[in-house]
Design a protein around this ligand. Structure first.
Ligand code: UTP
Length: 462
């Protein structure tokens, strides 16, 4: 490839982006091909539309009169049989989103390879995969396991699963698919930023990119052809998630819900989680950064927060709903964020900004919620199902995740009559109950050997 393809050069000129070919002469053939491929995936008209929105004020929430707390139902065991039957019939697939860049955790590896098992050091990927494996065994069911990656995580994720022999899952039951990317724009000019000569600054297009990626890859149609009717969505950073919890699946099926979401009660008004609420009667997520202080602090007569339905990002989508929202004109819209992005300056030299220099774009999965005509919200106990890994230290860090896993193991052991040695209220030893031993407390009680005692670090996972 000697000269840049003429239609490409013309396209860039039409959008004022000629600078993207400035280094062409210095690039080798492979770099040229990669650049042409990257540019082929860019929708310049869409980027211009988004750039024009850069200074729009963040859409304010509608007036308080149009917002109400979302009705929540408790997790009960009544619907388990219905959920189990759907899983046995092979109607449920598990979808793990693992394309994020884990910037706050500060690792340059996929977050899924991060070790969190308090005794075993099991990775997030291992824990999730073993949950799917245990479900498959328990219900003798085929449960397709879809793992969404991004260019930032794809190769290493596949390598990790392969090296670990898919954690016991049949390899053909695991599908990796990549989400889309979006370029970062120069905040002042709208020009695409380059991270290196011939390479655009691209980042994953947000967890909402799952829906487009599912549809565009043909995976949605394939799932449907294979009899899948419900897609359980979960995020890689929560090792306590109950994958395809039969009680949740059961209520979702019983109510013919298009989207069902789990929530955990927020007790601290300042907690940084999105809150589910009704906006004009539709189930929506109110982002913590948008929630006015007065609403975040509003108390009901029982003293609890009115808007307490915190989202751990656990959803169940009906396949029909996903088809509807990805095939019509109602695609999700991008959220804009001003960020500091390392890039090349006008002279082609590496530049590390000290103030926001770039505009980035992300789709959010929860923007799909208000599109549902029938929905369900189920409240679950936070300590049973939510241990987010977001930061390197402090809240939602490896230390808090590890403690939550140990605490849950200690609760299960004590409720089964085992004495857990404690010091200052905490278990003296690290404890871990893996998915291959038990997926829930009732299974744990059945499997725990008589006379089981704890004398040191304890791992149960076979
Ligand atoms: P977060 O929004 O917490 O992002 O993702 P993150 O990448 O884990 O961490 P930060 O924000 O860079 O520190 C929540 C979940 O959504 C996935 C993540 O992998 C995680 O499971 N995600 C996020 C994607 O799959 N793709 C994205 O583009 C963004």
């Amino acid at each position: 490839m000697g000269e840049p393809p003429p239609n490409l050069a013309a396209r860039l000129r039409a959008h004022g982006q000629q600078h993207l070919l400035a280094d062409w002469a210095a690039l080798d053939v492979n770099a040229r091909e990669r650049l042409v491929e990257q540019l082929a995936g860019v929708d310049f008209a869409e980027l211009e539309r988004l750039f024009r929105r850069r200074n729009e004020p963040h859409a304010a929430l509608p007036s308080r009169e149009r917002i109400a707390p979302v009705p929540m139902e408790p997790r009960t065991t009544a619907a388990i049989a219905v959920g189990e039957a759907a899983i046995r019939r092979g109607e449920v697939a598990a979808l793990l989103v693992a394309g994020g860049q884990a910037t706050r955790l500060g690792t340059d590896r996929p977050k899924g390879v991060y070790p969190v098992g308090p005794v075993s050091g099991a990775s997030l990927f291992q824990i999730h995969a073993e949950k799917v494996l245990a479900l498959r065994r328990r219900y003798s069911a085929n449960i397709p396991f879809l793992v969404m990656t991004s260019p930032a995580t794809h190769d290493e994720t596949i390598e990790f699963f392969t090296k670990n022999r898919f954690f016991g899952l049949p390899p053909d039951s695991v599908t990796f698919f990549q989400q889309g990317t979006m370029p970062a724009l120069d905040l002042a000019t709208g020009r695409l930023l380059m991270e290196a000569p011939g390479r655009l600054c691209l980042s994953p297009n947000g967890h909402g990119g799952t829906l487009t990626a599912l549809a565009d890859s043909g995976l949605l149609a394939k799932l449907k052809a294979n009899g899948i009717r419900h897609l359980f969505y979960f995020q890689v950073d929560n090792p306590l998630v109950r994958v395809a919890d039969p009680a949740f699946v059961g209520r979702h099926v019983e109510t013919s819900s298009e989207v069902s979401s789990k929530v955990v009660a927020k007790t601290d008004p300042a907690e940084k989680v999105g809150v589910l609420g009704l906006v004009d009667g539709r189930c929506s997520i109110l982002e913590y950064s948008d929630l006015p202080h007065a609403m975040a602090n509003e108390r009901a007569t029982d003293g609890g927060l009115v808007f307490r339905a915190g989202s751990p990002a656990i959803h169940l989508f009906s396949l029909e709903f996903l088809e509807r929202i990805t095939s019509g004109p109602t695609r999700l819209d991008f959220h804009l964020a001003k960020k500091k992005v390392n890039c090349l300056d006008d002279a082609g030299k590496p530049f590390a900004p000290t103030v926001e220099n770039a505009l980035k774009f992300e789709l959010f999965i929860f923007d799909a919620l208000p599109l549902a005509d029938r929905w369900l919200v189920m409240e679950v106990r936070r300590e049973d199902e939510f241990a987010p890994l977001k930061n390197a230290t402090g809240a939602d860090s490896p230390a808090t995740v590890r403690k939550l896993l140990i605490d849950r193991a200690a609760r299960w052991l004590e409720s089964a009559g085992v004495q857990v040695p404690r010091a200052n209220g905490e278990s003296k030893f690290p404890l871990e109950i893996g998915p291959r031993f038990a997926l829930d407390e009732s299974e744990f009680r059945i499997k725990l050997p008589n006379g089981f005692a704890i004398n040191g670090p304890t791992l149960l996972n076979t």
